[in-house]
Design a protein around this ligand. Sequence first.
Ligand code: UDP
Length: 339
Amino acid sequence: MRILLTGGAGYIGSHTLLQLLQQQHELCVIDNFSNAAPEALSRVARLSNRHFEHHDATILDSGRLDEIFDSFQPEAVIHFAGLKAVGESDLKPLSYYEENVFGTIQLLKAMDRAKCRRIVFSSSATVYGTPHYLPYNEAHPLAPINPYGRTKYFIEEILKDWAKTDAEKAVMLLRYFNPVGAHPSGAIGEDPMGVPNNLMPFIAQVAIGRRPVLNVFGNDYDTPDGTGVRDYIHVDDLARGHAAALDYITHHTGVEAVNLGAGKGVSVLEMVKAFEQASGVSIPLHFAPRRPGDLPQFWADATKAKTLFNWEVEKSLVEMCADVWRWQSQNPHGYGDET
Ligand code: UDP
């Protein structure tokens, strides 16, 4: 298939790009590199030994989108592009609505003009909000608690309406839990700009000596060890999930929302311990106050993905940590190492 990836140079995009190239699809990447490095694409090209098109462009630019759609003629789109920092979304909500919601509208209009009817969308478990019950299944009420989560929720609703305009349209809303890990080669991985917001890259930067100590945000939650619990999923499992979802929407029309998670919760302290075991490096901790806006715990009911397109996670917590450590130790400064 000819597949267009928006945000294909980012963390999840680059791993999915590699996966799809290895499956012999034809790929085209659009990325504005606002939170990604061109070097990631060079490394994917090297790892896959395949050629793919890529364009330094924003999805807000409808003229550029039309040019790219006209020349590449994609049969499907995987839409990763978007802003993703929860805390920043409280400070700059309009940027989030513009890039994420308006950007998606521009993309869908370009798809309509090019008669491209299939899309896989990077949604998030944040669409669920405060748990009414756990694990979250796809029928859980949607009530996101921050602007970032609301952009994902609004886009899901827009995509549902878009799908109704043509019986041949096919939409897959993939609700990611907490992606971590890196490609086992150590050549591509997560390279956050500035101070990492997320737990795993922060641990990795402490381990490599870029940061002195991990702040554990809250140890008085009502969880088994008092620290926050999340459902961590290896980015390669997530990449395979996109390939499986894409295969599904080539054979089914309409809209589905599907959780991509491991189906189990892991605490901050359990994650630190697993990382210490995988790396042999000890991580100094500082118990800090709760981070505003954090939920105590959530994890996925991942059975729908298994039923619908026979996908489930394969990689363990130890593999997630070992792969992050390989990536971080081979690239102490991320993609910035390459001269
Ligand atoms: N966390 C932490 N220290 C950090 C970053 C995160 O203790 O430096 C905790 C956070 O409070 C949460 C868990 O790790 O319980 C996962 O946080 P992350 O930001 O990775 O994911 P999210 O909260 O967005 O699900």
